[in-house]
Design a protein around this ligand. Structure first.
Ligand code: ADP
Ligand code: MG
Length: 216
């Protein structure tokens, strides 16, 4: 399967579906260490992205699709995650101005997204944020690409590492974002943004494994 423009559109639709399915769970995570709006933010944001994707524009580069994600999230999602994901997808869109991604362009896309998150949020790993999912995803993807893995294998490594990375936030004490207000009491809960990052990258992989497009 090639990671082309059609793949990127399937990715967005699968992400919207996954985030809507996880809406209550993400909200519950954010209720425990934040203000309980992350599920709603992500659900609303990606529903808006899908609506924009359906505007009839023909897109010929992966980056054009990711740019729709970026601009729509920036304008429709409040809170910390809107600008963070908006910047991540904007940087990722600039790294993917091509019709199809090979393994190293998948790595470049993920690196650009991580750079967007860290430029905007100034967090590093271990601070219990979405960086704890993005960073291992980038590292794992780079390793597989270096070993000559195909683009789907690179994406699989990223998705799996993001999932493990999100789970690894459970014992951490938050030092960035709203959860940091809780201090030690933030330990024992998974970071909602790290979980949504794992869901996003899982959707990217799922979109690469099947041509099926989820209905709305
Ligand atoms: P808010 O915290 O404004 O309510 P959300 O609930 O939508 O926004 O998003 C919270 C998530 O944003 C956190 O779980 C965390 O992953 C992420 N986040 C918050 N601050 C930062 C930061 N400085 N750097 C990276 N990620 C952050
Ligand atoms: Mg919140």
């Amino acid at each position: 399967m090639t990671l082309d423009v059609a793949w990127s559109e399937r990715w967005v639709r699968r992400a919207a579906e996954a985030l809507t399915a996880a809406r209550a769970d993400l909200t519950e995570l954010d209720r425990q260490i934040g203000d309980g709006d992350h599920g709603e933010n992500m659900h609303r944001g990606f529903q808006a992205v899908v609506a924009k994707l359906d505007d009839g524009t023909e897109r010929t580069q992966v980056g054009e699709v990711l740019k729709v994600v970026a601009t729509t999230l920036m304008s429709s999602v409040g809170g910390a995650s809107g600008p963070l994901y908006g910047t991540a997808f904007l940087r990722a869109s600039k790294a993917t101005e091509r019709a199809e991604l090979d393994g190293s362009s998948v790595v470049a896309m993920l690196e650009a997204a991580l750079e967007g998150v860290t430029t905007r949020g100034k967090a590093t790993t271990g601070e219990k944020t979405m960086v704890d999912a993005w960073q291992p995803a980038v590292d794992a993807a780079a390793g597989v690409a270096q070993d000559g893995g195909d683009p789907v294998a690179v994406l699989r490594a990223a998705a799996e590492a993001a999932d493990t990375g999100a789970a690894s936030t459970i014992p951490l004490v938050a030092t960035k974002g709203r959860a940091s207000y809780l201090g030690e009491r933030s330990a024992g809960h998974e970071d909602p943004g790290a979980r949504s990052t794992a869901l996003l990258l899982g959707a990217a992989l799922a979109a690469a494994l099947t041509d099926e497009v989820p209905s709305a």
